[in-house]
Design a binder for this molecule. Structure first.
Ligand code: PMP
Length: 430
């Protein structure tokens, strides 16, 4: 059995370098159970970052269903079998009225890529407005609308001409700090649309996460999406809600992020949690938008919605509902947020606690007036948390926000453990 360090060396030699692991010396994880991971030495870690396994790790019912379906049938998705129809029907039922047509794919990047293609095909235009600091995926089109400089320092210089990023209405820092009226929040979008109108450039659509995720789980101000969607639709554009991270119960009371804004998008993209780690994603939209793709031929994804993937999708929904995991996200998330805010009373490094449900961000600043981002401190805190048995990573363009996205089965004891350990690290020196 090769030693962990030998394996790490092999990884460095043969696994392409851009596929980074956050830790310089990552623990070698062997097994997961609920909200915990275990390394080869048997050390346990509380998994506070995992935005994929929403049910928790090692769910026996999901594992059994996958095994059963694999032994019955798995094939490419060109055939007709029951589970693809059943999963599509359930997804359509989960979406708002009118969004009743489903594409099944394998990942969030693919879902967003397809959503952009649909927006282009339906509108007959090319220009897409997106929010700065966003991440929407790695494919050519989904990467183009991703403007996170933490993920890609060159992001802003290398966007194709059809991408029009605008500053997001982050009322905590930046040009929208303290903004408090809808007119002020939407000014970056108005400015961009006015420029496009003046140049006689048609609009294909607008894409954003309905809770501003990559920046640290920051909710959009009330009324923001309502106003933006109206302006986009007035120009014939399509409104895409990227629910890959925020959707599917992570926000607690809001199954979808757009519910928090009280809007209905034209296209919903979903992935990550919907497969609990199995590659599964979807685009949910209106029939006429889906049909627009026929102009370009047909759509086919070999494994998107395969028999195994479609069964996974259904069992995930069964477990999510039966174990009342969105309710758990609401209750435990609320409890955790209160504990983190209480830490903020003692430690000035905590500038703000963002988010809702089990989608939280603790933003570290060196000064609460200037909001100078505490980037090095955040990295050191994450490293120290690993020593104490907590997996945590920084997020946001300044990498100064703790990215709190645990499995939705997070227990109150685990929430306490996390808050206790963070308190201990802050007590030690920040
Ligand atoms: N959209 C958002 C908001 C995401 O967070 C991610 C993944 N981090 C993606 C899209 C891309 O999903 P995937 O990695 O499954 O391709």
């Amino acid at each position: 059995e090769p030693h962990s360090e030998t394996l790490l060396a092999r990884r460095q030699q043969h696994f392409a370098r851009p596929q980074k692991n956050y830790y310089l010396k990552p623990p070698q994880i062997e097994r997961g159970w609920k909200d915990h991971l275990f390394d080869i030495e048997g050390r346990s870690y509380l998994d506070m970052v995992n935005n994929v396994t929403i049910l928790g790790h090692g769910h026996p019912r999901l594992a059994a269903a996958v095994g059963r379906q694999w032994s019955l049938l798995n094939t490419n998705s060109r055939f007709h079998y029951a589970s693809v129809a059943e999963l599509s029907t359930r997804l359509a039922a989960l979406a708002p009225d009118g969004l009743d047509t489903v594409f099944l794919v394998n990942s969030g990047s693919e879902a967003n890529d397809l959503a952009l293609r649909l927006a282009w095909a339906y509108s007959g235009a090319r220009n897409i407005v997106s929010l700065l600091e966003a991440y929407h995926g790695w494919t050519v089109a989904s990467d183009a609308v991703s403007t996170s400089i933490a993920d890609n320092p060159q992001a802003l210089e290398t966007r194709p001409a059809w991408v029009h990023p605008v500053t997001a209405p982050n009322t905590y820092r930046g040009e929208f700090r303290g903004a408090d009226t809808t007119d002020s929040y939407v000014r970056s979008v108005v400015k961009k649309l006015t420029e496009l109108d003046a140049a006689d450039e048609k609009l294909a659509g607008f894409i954003c996460e309905p809770v501003y995720g990559n920046a640290g789980g920051i909710p959009l101000p009330k009324g923001y999406l309502d106003a933006v969607y109206a302006m986009v639709r007035a120009r014939g554009g399509v409104c895409i809600a990227d629910e890959v991270q925020v959707g599917y119960g992570r926000l607690g009371d809001y199954f979808w992020g757009f519910e928090e804004q009280g809007v209905v998008p034209d296209i919903i993209t979903v992935a990550k949690g919907m497969g609990n780690g199995h590659p599964l994603g979807a685009v949910i939209t209106r029939r006429e938008i889906a049909d627009a793709l026929e102009k370009e031929g047909y759509f086919f994804s070999s494994s998107g919605g395969s028999p195994v993937s479609s069964v996974v999708g259904q069992v995930v929904l069964d477990i999510l509902t039966e174990e009342r995991l969105p309710e758990n996200a609401q209750v435990v998330g609320g409890y955790l947020k209160a504990r983190l805010e209480a830490l903020g009373q003692h430690f000035p490094l905590i500038g703000a606690v963002h988010g809702m449900g089990l989608y939280l961000g603790v933003e570290f600043v060196r000064d609460r007036e200037t909001l100078s981002p505490a980037t090095e401190e955040t990295a050191a805190i994450c490293d120290r948390l690993l020593d104490l048995g907590v997996i945590m990573q920084p997020t946001g363009d300044h990498l100064n926000v703790l990215k709190i996205k645990p499995p939705l089965c997070l227990s109150c004891e685990s929430a306490d453990f996390f808050a206790d350990m963070l308190g201990r690290v802050l007590e030690e020196g920040w």
